[in-house]
Write a protein that binds this ligand. Structure first.
Ligand SMILES: *Cc1c(COP(=O)(O)O)cnc(C)c1O
Length: 543
């Protein structure tokens, strides 16, 4: 990172001062107030709630930090627009540092710089980290240039470093052991993030016969000496239940603590995954300025392919910080719980679970939505707890009309399976750009929203004509089979690996290195166990 600061000592002074500090509280009770480092280590609040920042810091606070530290040019920024222009000259790492620093106020500048430097390095196949490309009249923010070519790399490459720094500063001596159950994608992204990070071990369980050959090969070829990948004889629920039981086994926890290990979790409700995602929304807006597409201060709309609601929630945090995002459009596939929710104010997961071509969005309980609900109920933890208990007991809850009104900045939209594949084909034919299935769901919604077509939308955006950013969450090479069949209906590749070559040939796009490498990568993990033997697998690894 370049050093724009004239005076490092001033920066040190700010670290010591608690003036602008942000702490973290639970969505389900008023009792807990902890630092971001502690929240990152804990993952979930002890009352079952999610950690939320005590307040959302603003772009002005970023400016104040930069001013106080003598950042070249900050003193000449008269307006918010001037400041955004200044920010648009930062690279991704520099911006990430400035954003994290106003949320994670208990970390020192040096700690955060170090985390950012380790996260966004050569693991990404472009120095831009997250390029914004203009295609077919929209702007696609490509979040798939990390190691597992999907957006979870954006946060999971940073989280391990945030965790180990937090452990250090909180006097935790034990090694952190990340336990994860995966249905395919998150497991590999977590493995990649934690691989050979000192002070951590990671254990991933997946359903032996429930992931794609490419997903399996990606996991089994994980190199890190601190990694263990285990296939279980059972489905994803068995894996997830097994992990939950291990987590809640106090005896086992105590035994492992004596051996010098402490369990931790890297799942998507961790605040250490949410906040790093705020960065790329600000980044996308700044790219529009830097690329001369908009004037600083102009409003934009953003469409996000959504499952667990983590990605789009980060977008709403960026908006609160002062990024001029007018409408956040939440795009769902046929599992359109969220579309219904934004239309009616009623969340109801009692419906058939549909397997789609965008599997990472096949979700009926969007856990991160709880953080938005907390805001909608006026940050009243008792009311939030009531709604979440209702979700657990009956599978549904309903906001009051007043509560629903607070969600005005969001609209819901969805795309069916045919619409998803049609969108891939359409965008490829008009612009030669290849979308993955998840991005295609969002792209289809975005296109209809921008053209004022209210079909399959809970409402039209307040201003459909604004520049539209579509969050692009995976490389088309991650879901090659579906993408290929969308573009070339007659094309039948023998298997996923053959499809990769075929897709590259037909579209003239290069095969990402991560995918090219896996076919010949050696298999380094071979453990398979029964769903009831997961505990033994864990204790065996943590000798
Ligand atoms: C996880 C994932 C999503 C959904 O993101 P959420 O934060 O869960 O809403 C969308 N697309 C891809 C490719 C993903 O991996």
């Amino acid at each position: 990172m370049k050093n724009h600061y004239k005076n490092e000592k001033i920066s040190k002074y700010i670290e010591g001062a608690a003036m602008n500090s942000v702490y973290y509280r639970s969505t389900r009770s008023d009792k807990i107030r902890i630092t971001s480092g502690e929240a990152i280590l804990k993952g979930l609040a002890p009352d079952g709630g999610l950690f939320v920042p005590s307040r959302i810091p603003t772009l002005d606070e970023i400016k104040e930090n930069m001013l106080r530290c003598g950042f070249a040019g900050a003193d000449r920024c008269q307006s918010r627009e001037d400041f955004m222009k200044l920010l648009s000259a930062l690279d991704y790492r520099e911006l990430a540092f400035e954003v994290l620093r106003v949320f994670f106020t208990d970390y020192s500048d040096d700690e955060l710089k170090d985390c950012v430097k380790k996260a966004y390095d050569k693991k990404f196949d472009t120095d831009m980290i997250a390029p914004l490309v203009k295609k077919d009249g929209r702007y696609y923010l490509e979040l798939f240039h990390g190691e597992t070519i999907a957006f979870k790399d954006m946060a999971l490459s940073l989280l391990p470093h945030l965790m180990t720094a937090a452990a250090k500063k909180n006097g935790i001596k034990e090694e952190l052991v990340i336990l994860t159950a995966t249905s395919g994608d998150t497991g590999k992204a977590a493995l990649a993030g934690f691989s050979d990070v000192p002070g951590t071990k990671i254990i991933v369980f997946y359903p032996k016969n429930g992931v794609s050959p490419i997903q399996e090969k990606l996991m089994l070829s994980s190199r890190g000496k601190n990694t263990l990948v285990v296939g279980i004889e059972g489905n994803f629920d068995d894996a997830q239940n097994g992990v939950k039981e291990i987590f809640s086994d106090k005896e086992l926890g105590k035994k492992l603590l004596e051996r010098g290990y402490r369990f931790s979790s890297a799942n998507s409700i961790n605040i250490g995954r949410l906040i790093p995602q705020v960065v790329y929304y600000i980044w996308a807006y700044l790219r529009l300025i830097a690329q001369g597409e908009i004037q600083a201060g102009e409003s934009v709309n953003v469409t996000v392919p959504t499952g667990n609601f983590g990605n789009i929630l980060a977008g709403s945090y960026a908006k609160k910080m002062g990024v001029p995002i007018e409408t956040l459009i939440c795009a769902s596939n046929e599992n359109k719980v969220l579309f219904d929710f934004f239309g009616t104010g009623q969340y109801d997961k009692n419906r058939r679970f549909i397997l789609t071509a965008s599997p990472s969005m096949d979700i009926l309980i969007s856990s991160n939505l709880e953080r938005l609900i907390f805001e909608a109920v006026g940050e009243d933890p008792e009311r939030c707890l009531l709604l979440m208990s209702s979700l657990k007991k009956t599978g549904r809850y309903e906001l009051t009309p007043e509560e629903k009104k607070t969600l005005g900045g969001f609209i819901g939209g969805w795309t069916d399976e045919k619409g998803t594949l049609d969108e891939i084909k359409r965008v490829f034919q008009t612009s030669g750009y290849v979308l993955d299935t998840h991005t295609a769901v969002a792209s289809s919604v975005a296109r209809r929203a921008a053209s004022g077509d209210a079909d399959m939308l809970s409402a039209l955006p307040a201003n459909p004509g604004l520049s539209m950013i579509v969050i692009s969450t995976a490389s088309p090479y991650k879901f090659t089979g579906s993408v290929l069949s969308a573009i070339e209906e007659t094309c039948q590749a023998e298997d996923d690996f053959a499809a990769i070559g075929e897709l590259s040939r037909i579209t003239g796009t290069p095969i990402p290195k991560a995918v090219a490498d896996i076919k010949n990568a050696p298999v380094l993990h071979s453990m398979v166990c029964g769903a009831l033997d997961m505990r033994e697998a864990v204790t065996g690894f943590l000798k």
